[in-house]
Design a protein around this ligand. Structure first.
Ligand code: ADP
Ligand code: MG
Length: 650
């Protein structure tokens, strides 16, 4: 038989990977066991799935289980399973020859982290978990026999390095045995307590029993071997919620996601009709999956009668809820349907509806019961929900109560105003919901459009996220109140709300007709095609100027979305409105009369225009204003000096 040993070279990137694993990663070495157990569990899932349709399987009655065994004298640890097994070709391909796209990604990550904490832990994410065995072993041997009844067993062996060997082997039962000859400094993994600890920590919820073989020698020297189960292996989702503690759920969540921050929301549900299923769902603490995350992609783990059908099932929730993690286990789903018919399956559609409605109603409940926690959910996933308003009209009414915004009456730093809150404090005579667009709450709060609303105590929502604009186009109205952009030229708030005190600017005289006409002409000369018209404002108080949209303007919301998406963006043409009573406008008019060629005049006009673009979130390149602002400051300081000199001389 030894003549049949064939030596093969590892694929180039795997060689590089092995070199690093064997020589430079020392942290978190224990995760090798998680990776081997997870491979065994995958192999068991696959045979279970296979047996649903294929009766011609080797050892159909073998218990689906994973076994650890230790040989202290030989210094070896073996992880074996009764899973699907591998043929000769599969051994060669899966464990050495096929280039894995993940290797490069993993090596890059290791380099970035300097091989420090976390580096080894993430190996499984890159689809190369098997090789983590070389962190603790000098030599790895895999003996495997495929479930296909006439495929003989083979042995794969490697000591790391550049090559592995493949040869026929004796093995009569289905499955795979991975034997590690432990390095001298990894002998701790021969100890039962250590294995117990590592399994509990990383693999407690593996769906198959993980046994350790334990030998006891009796008084009469008889040796008995028994299997001792190391993992709990409970389908937590099938247990009654009232028998589970927070800690149970947190442990489960950690094992599912490897996210060490507890989730913001968990939902444990089960239903009998019309579809019988169990589900445990989580809203994680942060949008960014951390580098340790065990979930490589969005999607829920889907089981049917405890058999894992899909690791990342994205058909169970609408796309905007893809931040939700968890497990769904159904009694009624057909197991062997193709993906296409799966999506079209009516039961799946029902299940999806039920899960979606439950998540949305639990979020609403959280917002009422624990607004602080809900604020965190909103900060992390608010954009998903806004996207939902735009992309899932069927869920719109359920999402709307979850929306939160900044407004001119916001109290904290967090967006805290819901549409219900807004509608609950409308001003006298107000029958529309007002919003203003901009890039962030701080700059929007300076928006000139707010002048008349402030003065009359009318609340305005700040739509500062491009997705707000996106959402607003789908939302249109709330409880019969139309959503209205306040940069609208035709907007007249008449005598809505309460008239406030007159501002300083308002008490000033309006600029006389002739001077104002001259000023207007100058604005038109300077701004030219960039504006549609220059005219007097009837509403501005504290601000000097603003840009308003003509009544038939194409959708302003979509323009912002385009800018955000970096599509071709053209600055929209607006009407420039000037506040005839504002001191700056008075000064400018005086300048035009006394020194019409002073460069400062055109600079101020340009700057008024660009500042207005900026507060409206329409400026394509705010940094370009710096040079002009510099020039204006120079002019201002020079004037101050003159005035100062004048005063000193008096
Ligand atoms: P991944 O598990 O992400 O695919 P691994 O490096 O852990 O990556 O494993 C590589 C491949 O080797 C697996 O995809 C599987 O095909 C095969 N394999 C590993 N261990 C086993 C096993 N115990 N039984 C059957 N196949 C296995
Ligand atoms: Mg694996």
């Amino acid at each position: 038989m030894s003549t049949d040993i064939e030596t093969r070279a590892f694929e180039a990137e795997i060689r590089q990977l092995l070199n690093i694993l064997a020589h430079s990663l020392y942290t978190e070495r224990e995760i090798f066991l998680r990776e081997l157990i997870s491979n065994a569990s995958d192999a068991l899932n696959r045979i279970q799935f296979e047996m649903l349709t294929d009766r011609d399987v080797l050892d159909p009655n073998a218990e689906l289980a994973i076994r650890l065994s230790v040989d202290e004298d030989a210094g070896t640890l073996t992880v074996s399973d009764t899973g699907i097994g591998m043929t000769r070709d599969e051994l060669v391909e899966n464990l050495g020859v096929i280039a894995h796209s993940g290797v490069q990604g993993f090596l890059k990550r290791v380099k970035e982290s300097g091989g420090g904490p976390g580096a080894g832990d993430i190996i499984g994410q890159f689809g190369v978990g098997f090789y983590s065995a070389f962190m603790v072993a000098d030599e790895v041997t895999v003996v495997s026999r495929s479930y296909k009844p006439d495929a003989p067993a083979h042995r794969w062996t490697s000591s790391g390095g550049d090559t592995f060997t493949i040869a026929p082997a004796e093995k009569n039962t289905r499955g795979t045995e991975v034997t590690l000859k432990l390095k001298d400094d990894a002998k701790e993994f021969l100890q039962e307590w250590k294995l117990r600890e590592v399994v509990r920590k990383h693999s407690d919820y593996v769906a198959y029993p993980v046994y350790i073989k334990r030998e006891t020698t009796g008084e009469d020297d008889t040796v008995t071997v028994e299997d001792d189960r190391l993992n709990q292996q409970t389908a937590l989702w099938r247990q009654p919620a009232n028998e589970l503690t927070d800690e149970d759920y947190d442990n489960f969540y950690r094992q599912l996601t490897l996210d060490f921050e507890p989730p913001l929301l968990r939902i444990h549900m089960s239903a009998d009709a019309p579809l019988q299923f169990y589900a445990v769902l989580f809203v994680p603490a942060a949008a960014e999956r951390n580098i340790f995350s065990a979930r490589r992609e969005p999607g829920l783990k889907l089981y049917a009668r405890k058999v894992l059908i899909q690791e990342y099932c994205t058909d169970l929730l609408p796309e905007y809820l893809n931040f939700v993690h968890g497990v769904v286990d159904s009694e009624d789903l057909p197991l062997n349907v193709s993906r296409e018919s799966f999506q079209a399956n009516r039961q799946i559609a029902r299940l999806k509806n039920t899960l979606t409605h439950k998540i949305l109603s639990e979020l609403k409940q959280l917002a009422t019961d624990d607004p602080e926690k809900y604020a965190k959910v909103w900060a992390a996933f608010g954009r998903h929900l806004k996207q939902g308003v735009a992309t899932a009209p069927e869920d719109k009414d359920r999402i709307v109560p979850l929306l939160r915004f900044h407004s001119s009456k916001s109290e904290g730093k967090q967006p805290d105003v819901s549409l219900a809150t807004y509608a609950g404090r409308l001003a006298k005579g107000q029958d529309e919901i007002y919003y203003v667009l901009g890039d962030d709450p701080a700059s929007v709060s300076h928006s000139p459009h707010l002048d008349p609303f402030r003065q009359r105590g009318i609340e305005v929502l700040y739509f500062t996220d491009p997705l707000d604009s996106f959402m607003a186009t789908s939302l249109q109205s709330y409880e019969g109140y139309k959503l209205r952009n306040i940069d609208d030229a035709g907007l007249d708030i008449g005598d809505m709300g309460e008239p406030g005190e007159e501002t300083q600017a308002e008490t000033r005289e309006a600029l006389p007709e002739k001077a104002f006409d001259k000023l207007k002409r100058r604005f038109v000369d300077v701004l030219g095609e960039r504006v549609l018209e220059v005219r007097e404002s009837r509403v501005l108080t504290g601000s000097a100027a603003r840009l308003v949209a003509p009544e038939n303007a194409p959708d302003r919301n979509m323009q912002r979305v385009f800018r955000f998406l970096e599509r071709e963006y053209e600055i929209p043409k607006r009407i420039m409105e000037i506040n005839r009573r504002h001191p700056l406008i008075h000064n400018l008019a005086a300048q035009i009369t006394s020194a019409p060629d002073a460069p400062v005049i055109n600079q101020v006009i340009e700057q008024l225009y660009e500042s207005a673009l900026l507060v409206d979130g329409l400026h394509p390149d705010p940094a370009s204003m710096v040079t002009r602002i510099q020039a204006l400051m120079e002019a201002a300081t020079a004037t101050a000096l003159q005035t100062g000199a004048g005063e000193a001389g008096e």
